[in-house]
Design a protein. Structure first.
Length: 42
């Protein structure tokens, strides 16, 4: 995929979320998990 104008790839587990790949593999820590647990009040 292309992230911030750069082509990146990686082999990951099928259960890995995109946000996890961005944060853990690419070290793009500005990406945050949103309201996946119903605790945000939405």
């Amino acid at each position: 995929m292309t992230v911030n104008g750069k082509s990146v790839s990686g082999e990951i587990d099928a259960r890995t979320l995109l946000v996890q790949f961005l944060r853990e593999n690419l070290r793009l820590t500005g990406t945050h998990v949103g309201c996946d647990t119903s605790q945000c009040g939405a």
